[in-house]
Design a protein around this ligand. Structure first.
Ligand SMILES: C[S@@+](CC[C@H](N)C(=O)[O-])C[C@H]1O[C@@H](n2cnc3c(N)ncnc32)[C@H](O)[C@@H]1O
Ligand code: SF4
Ligand code: SF4
Length: 329
């Protein structure tokens, strides 16, 4: 069975049109709620990935797990505004949240009919029974994050992870799903210095067990190595990779986040971008305002004004929203 990513219709909307066009429909009241929500159940993690602000403990934000009251509030708003999609992602490992499976189930059942759910995970904590539950719930989409292109490159960068175990987990998920349409299984990896041969072998080994395998580049330039709480030799390695990182210092033509969606952090804070791990684009908190008020707030429009003017450099997290291209080594 050939499956398509159920979220692709939203991703297309995010990438379509100019910033001006996207802003116009927010300002004239055509779009008053996010096209979909990104929800971070926690910003804690059981891995210490050396390319991630969570894994390197450089994130300044307080660590925590989404409280029940915030979940309840979100559920009310998802239902009230008929939010058609929710991605359980963010800057931690969602399956560390003690109630993660119930929350996924509640959003899925409690949302409007057809609310799509996506889960992004490092896969390390998923038991077979959890995966069976995801299949039984018919959760629409799951993404397993790899790194590099083989056991060495994965294990080196994803401290705490185990490549072979992750491959086995993906295979289990694939087998449990069988012929059912869901979940759509996405494997994603990002590279640093891996060769084409490594990538091609990786694809050959994993593609039989997924619907899509995306290969991108690990963004390192925005990371502050000095603030990482990792051994000096690992810092040196990242500095070297940063030197080789090849970045086209051009801002993206179309901002894929600020005009279309909201990202909710574990404490209910709402920001305009899923890459905003420090809440620089903070526009409200779901315990104080509802999703429509937050999405259409003056503060949200102030940030959008800045982006529409192309003044990305004035907003901390947008100032490094560069395009990363293959490293030159
Ligand atoms: C922050 S993680 C959170 C979810 C989960 N812990 C995981 O690893 O999938 C979400 C995604 O961000 C990606 N990511 C983190 N830091 C990155 C970086 N510097 N460059 C590219 N992708 C990165 C991870 O590989 C993962 O796919
Ligand atoms: S598993 Fe995900 S959240 Fe955790 S350190 Fe790695 S990339 Fe970051
Ligand atoms: S970092 Fe800024 S410009 Fe880039 S996608 Fe996010 S909101 Fe848009």
């Amino acid at each position: 069975m050939v499956r398509t990513n159920p979220f692709v219709k939203y991703y297309r909307q995010l990438d379509t049109g100019t910033n001006e066009e996207k802003y116009r429909i927010v300002k004239d009241g055509t779009l008053t709620v996010p096209r979909y929500l990104d929800i971070e159940l926690t910003n804690a993690c059981n891995f210490n990935c050396c390319f991630c602000p969570t894994g390197t403990k450089s994130m300044q934000r307080m660590k925590g797990f989404m409280p029940e009251l915030v979940v309840k509030r979100l559920l009310e708003d998802i239902r009230k505004y008929e939010i058609p999609g929710v991605r359980i992602i963010g800057w931690g490992e969602p399956t560390l949240h003690p109630d993660w499976l119930n929350i996924v189930d509640n959003i899925h059942r409690g949302g409007v009919e057809g609310t799509l759910i996506h889960l992004g995970t490092n896969g390390s904590l998923l038991k077979e029974s959890d995966m069976q539950a995801l299949v039984d719930m018919q959760v629409e989409s799951i993404k397993f994050s790899f790194q590099g292109a083989d056991a060495n490159s994965y294990n080196e960068m994803r401290d705490g992870g185990n490549y072979d175990r992750l491959v086995e987990t993906v295979k289990t998920m694939y087998n449990l799903r069988g012929d059912r349409p869901y979940p759509y299984i996405h494997i994603s990896t990002t590279l640093t210095v891996e060769s084409e041969k490594q990538v091609s072998e990786f694809r050959q080994s994993i593609e039989p067990y997924c619907d899509y395998c995306s290969v991108g580049y690990t963004m390192l330039n925005h990371l502050s190595v000095d603030s990482m709480k990792i051994p000096e030799e690992r810092k040196e390695k990242i500095r070297k990779l940063q030197e080789h990182e090849s970045i086209r210092r051009e801002y993206r033509q179309v901002c894929s986040d600020a005009f279309d969606k909201l990202d909710i952090h574990w404490n209910g804070d709402a920001t305009l971008c899923c890459s905003d791990y420090e809440s620089f684009l903070l526009v409200g908190n779901v315990m104080d305002m509802d999703l429509k008020q937050i999405f259409t707030s003056n503060i949200a429009n102030l940030y959008r004004d800045t982006i529409v003017k192309g003044e990305y450099g004035r907003i901390k997290c947008c100032s490094t929203c560069w395009e990363t291209v293959p490293p030159m080594v």
